[in-house]
Write a protein that binds this ligand. Structure first.
Ligand SMILES: C[S@@+](CC[C@H](N)C(=O)[O-])C[C@H]1O[C@@H](n2cnc3c(N)ncnc32)[C@H](O)[C@@H]1O
Length: 361
């Protein structure tokens, strides 16, 4: 059996578990890793070389994960000093390092310890050199030995991914970018929002506060033109940026226009839609934190939802990401046009964000 640990967005581990269940039929024992946030673990059988490779490729195509580690060992320590960690790591079999041309160590630390993650990386690197005489290369390494300490829990494995997969800049699920919006949504979060919208072939999707277009880029990358994708923003800079991002990826089937999310019923007529309605609205609403002008969020959310209700199809859904969860929830209850069917809390860039899934009453 091979055991993997994936890192992911805070508090969305169950959604990651769902994606693994759905896409990696070989995976078993899929669960939050030792009850730690940001981490999910699972096992896959050790097949022949070719099958191992194809399973690994499927894992690397997962859209909700940030990095992938093949686990080699884990332990709890009553007194987690560098010496005690080193002694336990010495007991873990790492035969790949014996024959490797070079390696490096990457360490992460969470909790209160009397050493830094750099010191831990150096210490463990030294242990490996003494044990196998394998040279270190920080840039051109064959194996990246990953060691994490979370309180008194330590795990060791090989980090398989160099790129952060959620940036979509590596080999898998690659999306080109010319323009970056300063409040851009993480691609892994965009994926979760789209999954929660439960889009079906032939349906229409609108992101009415598209910024640099992360959500529609992710949707176009997943669905191609099997769904109708519409994007808009009230700022010309965002429209121009999204246009460039769509063009460089050849997503010319995505429709883009300047619009105001406060008056969706007025702008939506400009889109050619079969039933004149939108099936799913998925967006990352402005928070009013980074913009220089103080916008009245209550008014914006009220007008957005009131106008959205007029254009959304009967069984439609609205999935939003917002930091202003209190105001958003109050507005939903005040206007009485939608019910909240799901709510998740997550984090990005040190901000706590809420995901709301709404259905028409
Ligand atoms: C949080 S950002 C969206 C980021 C985007 N998802 C991305 O990844 O780049 C919010 C966007 O809402 C836009 N916006 C603010 N008020 C709006 C309104 N009334 N109508 C349409 N767009 C609006 C802003 O211009 C900004 O681009």
């Amino acid at each position: 059996m091979k055991k993997y640990v994936v890192t992911c967005d805070y508090n969305l581990e169950n959604l990651v578990i769902e994606e693994i269940k759905q896409k990696i039929s070989e995976a078993t024992e899929i669960k939050q890793f030792e009850n730690f946030s940001h981490r999910v673990s699972f096992c896959v059988p050790n097949f022949d070389e070719q099958k191992n490779k194809s399973v690994l490729q499927k894992i690397l195509k997962l859209r909700s994960i940030h990095s992938l580690i093949e686990l080699k060992g884990s332990f709890y320590l009553e007194n987690p000093t560098l010496e005690n960690i080193k002694a336990k790591v010495m007991e873990i079999e790492l035969p790949e390092l014996k024959i490797a041309t070079s390696f490096r160590v990457t360490a992460e630390r969470y909790g209160t310890h009397n050493f830094t993650s750099m010191e831990m990386a150096k210490h463990i690197g030294h242990t490996v050199i003494l044990r196998y005489q394998t040279p270190v290369s920080l840039t051109d390494y064959e194996h990246n030995l990953r060691i994490d300490i979370l309180g008194s829990f330590v795990f060791v494995g090989y980090q398989i991914t160099d790129d952060i997969l959620s940036h979509r800049q590596g080999k898998y699920n690659k999306i080109e970018r010319v323009f970056h919006h300063r409040a851009a949504t993480k691609h892994s979060l965009a994926y979760h929002l789209l999954t929660l919208a439960k889009l079906k072939e032939g349906e229409s999707l609108l992101d009415c506060t598209c910024g640099g277009g992360t959500i529609v880029l992710e949707a176009a990358n997943i669905f191609g033109n099997k769904i109708k994708i519409l994007a808009g923003d009230m700022h010309q800079k965002a429209i121009e940026g999204t246009k460039k991002n769509l063009k460089i990826n050849n997503f010319d089937f995505v429709e883009l226009q300047e619009l105001n999310a406060r008056h969706l019923d007025e702008t939506i007529q400009n889109y050619v839609l079969e039933n004149g309605k939108i099936d799913k609205i998925v967006c990352n609403l402005p928070f009013g934190v980074q913009s220089a002008k103080q916008v009245n969020m209550r008014g914006l959310y009220d007008q957005f939802l009131t106008s959205a209700e007029k254009i959304i199809s009967k069984n439609g859904k609205i999935v939003v990401l917002t930091m202003r969860q209190g105001v958003f929830r109050e507005v939903v209850f005040m206007i009485k046009k939608f019910k909240i069917t799901k709510e998740y809390v997550t984090e990005a860039g040190g901000l706590y964000l809420h995901i709301f899934v709404l259905e028409k009453l």
